[in-house]
Design a protein around this ligand. Structure first.
Ligand SMILES: *[C@@H]1O[C@H](CO)[C@@H](O)[C@H](O)[C@H]1NC(C)=O
Ligand SMILES: *[C@@H]1O[C@H](CO)[C@@H](O)[C@H](O)[C@H]1NC(C)=O
Length: 228
């Protein structure tokens, strides 16, 4: 088949637009293969200042994998001071605590399940796996009904992570954490770590409410994935 010159012009025009789109996406600082988001619309526009143009965005980049802003960051940057405070607080919660990394990621993933925050789960499932959570752990975190302290749960998670999951359930669903649940976790953690555990679970309840209410990456109505 021979293409007419007008068809070629249309095709060239189209290709130009695709490559222009590619350039604006990579100004977020990532190559297409490294994407963790689908970039579907949220309830506010994404703001992605190019690298070197906004110190707050650049600081967020510095603590993201591969220096890439997430769709979450693009939503936060509509309110720059909120984005900056969020960066400080969650940088500390994520990177400057003394909790076992499996426990920290269990808290985050469990809260994603309880609040049906699929975006939070999708971002953290790979982090949880690299911290040491197995598919069996992830399935217990995904499927166990709230407030369960069944022996099966303890058999798979071990006593320490099971105590952590119960703590996450109570602080998320009931706010008020009963003494036996608090003391159950206290057996494994010192005072500093109890404060870090409470800041992590409280903080990721903020994250989940934020990503759901603003429909970050259009994941509000997507079910939390099933780990395989
Ligand atoms: C980071 O970049 C590497 C190399 O380009 C890539 O293999 C990896 O998937 C990226 N990770 C994330 C989470 O984007
Ligand atoms: C926080 O953690 C990061 C990453 O591990 C580290 O580079 C930094 O020094 C820590 N900050 C403090 C104040 O401990």
């Amino acid at each position: 088949m021979i293409l007419g010159s007008s068809t070629v012009i249309v095709v060239l025009f189209f290709l130009f637009h695709i490559s222009a789109l590619g350039a604006s996406v990579s100004s977020r600082g990532h190559a297409a293969h490294a994407k963790r988001d689908d970039d579907l619309p949220a309830r506010v526009p994404y703001i992605f200042p190019p690298p070197g143009t906004d110190p707050i965005a650049d600081h967020i980049r510095s603590r993201r994998v591969n220096g890439t802003l997430l769709d979450l960051d693009g939503v936060l940057l509509n309110a720059r001071l909120v984005a900056s405070g969020w960066d400080d607080l969650f940088g500390i919660i994520r990177d400057n605590n003394t909790l076992p990394p499996t426990m920290r990621e269990l808290f985050i993933l469990r809260i994603a399940v309880l609040n049906e925050a699929s975006y939070e789960w999708i971002q953290h499932e790979p982090v949880g796996r690299s911290a040491g959570l197995s598919t069996d752990h992830l399935r217990v975190i995904r499927f166990t009904p709230p407030f369960s302290s069944e022996k099966d749960v303890r058999n798979v998670l071990g006593e320490q992570l099971a105590a952590a999951m119960l703590f996450a359930d109570w602080i998320t669903k009931a706010v008020r954490v009963p003494d036996d649940v608090f003391n159950g976790l206290r057996k494994f953690l010192n005072d500093q770590q109890m404060v870090e555990a409470t800041a992590t679970t409280g903080g990721y309840n903020l994250v989940s409410r934020f990503v759901v209410a603003l429909n970050v990456d259009d994941k509000m109505d997507v079910p939390v994935p099933i780990p395989t």
